[in-house]
Ligand binder design. Structure first.
Ligand SMILES: O=C(O)CCC(=O)C(=O)O
Ligand SMILES: [Fe+2]
Length: 377
């Protein structure tokens, strides 16, 4: 790493500390300070003009905020417009083929509802019939895709191609999601037999078991996170998972409630930051940045410090905090894009096995706690 970049990165990471209240900063440097007065760890901020720093930043942090970017304001009014529309309108936005990546969905036991915009071939089906809604939504989607592609290009510098150009040529299987987390989203027959269980929840011996929410009632005190599962059924949330994407972009309203893990299980709160978007790597990046000639499906040796791992994240909106809206853009390769190639031995013969995005998606559905809502990819 050049000295200039090393200095820039150092400045970048210390700048998250310098943003804190001056008193806190003084406390943080005082070795005798009670750990209870420390802030939780902060995710770094990267300016748009410093995109080249991203590979190094993601070697140290699970995600980052991008500031000074050219995106328009996030379409929160549109998210609110759609997700608070009458049930009869939402019903018209449900895909007839039961797609899990297009149109309106809810997980009422998690007090969450969402709408996916899947614009393959410029498709505007399952959108609100409103010109302003469509204009703002497509504009945010299209510009976010361009931005996320620029982020991917940072891994293809100096003759090194991590992400194949063909993956970045078209929009691939990219989608945008509007989410609403609210105590007002609830299942009227919450306890009725046969109701749809919250994502990640299952029935065991007739009892409802909630394994969806490891962050229920999370709090930070004395320099540590503590968690309890009391009332976890009531909190608007999304279970811990990684995204099936190259990169994911998130803009959210207050209150916060988004948490991310780094590769050493450190937890970072990821509250909204004004005029910034949160960028996190998804599953595909681990394959594209694995040690050359090795495959994470074969061995953990394929993962080096420079390998960009998908960021595990969860949302738990604190009790009585009100509603939270988020706008999420998932940059993905085509469904058929080969994400990984490796040599396997079958019936004594060595052959190349190719893994496509759609296969990763279906495989992921089998993994408890790592569901990704892409059943029909
Ligand atoms: O609402 C958020 O901030 C995150 C949503 C999310 O993780 C997802 O939809 O995959
Ligand atoms: Fe996610």
């Amino acid at each position: 790493m050049s000295r200039r970049i090393a200095t820039q990165i150092k400045a970048l990471f210390s700048s998250s500390a310098s943003r804190r209240d001056k008193n806190d900063e003084l406390k943080a440097t005082d070795k005798t300070v009670d750990a209870g007065t420390l802030d939780p760890p902060a995710l770094p901020r990267v300016r748009y003009e410093d995109l080249h720093l991203i590979p190094q930043v993601l070697a140290a942090y699970p995600a980052f905020y991008l500031t000074d970017h050219p995106l328009p304001p996030p379409p929160f009014p549109q998210a609110r417009q759609l997700l608070t529309a009458p049930e009869s309108v939402k019903a018209t936005l449900i895909d007839k083929n039961k797609s899990t990546t297009r149109g309106y969905h809810h997980a009422k036991n998690s007090r969450r509802e969402w709408w996916d915009y899947s614009p393959e071939n410029g498709d505007t089906r399952l959108m609100l019939d409103d010109e302003e809604f469509q204009g703002a939504s497509t504009e945010y989607h299209d510009q976010s895709v361009e931005l996320l592609k620029q982020i991917c290009q940072q891994f293809n510098q100096n003759g090194d191609v991590a992400i194949p150009e063909e993956v970045l040529e078209n929009g691939g299987f990219t989608t945008m999601r509007y989410l609403r987390y609210s105590p007002d989203v609830f299942n009227e027959q919450q306890t009725a037999e046969g109701d749809i269980l919250a994502a990640g929840a299952s029935r065991l011996d007739g009892k409802k078991v909630d394994n969806a929410n490891p962050l229920a009632k999370i709090s930070f005190a004395k320099g540590e996170y503590t968690q309890s599962n009391d009332d976890s059924d009531d909190l608007p949330r999304i279970e811990a998972h990684t995204d099936l994407s190259l990169f994911t972009l998130i803009a959210a309203t207050e209150p916060s409630g988004l948490y991310m893990w780094n590769r050493r299980c450190g937890v970072f709160p990821a509250p909204p930051v004004e005029n910034a978007v949160l960028i996190m790597p998804g599953d595909c990046m681990a394959y594209y940045t694995a040690v050359k000639g090795m495959n994470p499906l074969d061995s953990l040796d394929a993962i080096s410090e420079k390998t960009v791992l998908p960021a595990a994240h969860a949302v738990v909106v604190p009790k009585e905090a009100g509603e939270r809206y988020s706008v999420v853009v998932f940059l993905r390769p085509d469904r058929d894009a080969v994400v990984s190639r490796r040599m396997v031995r079958r019936k004594g013969v060595e052959e190349v096995e190719e893994t496509a995005l759609w296969w990763l998606a279906t495989e992921k559905l089998e993994v408890e706690g790592r569901k990704c809502w892409l059943a029909d990819v």
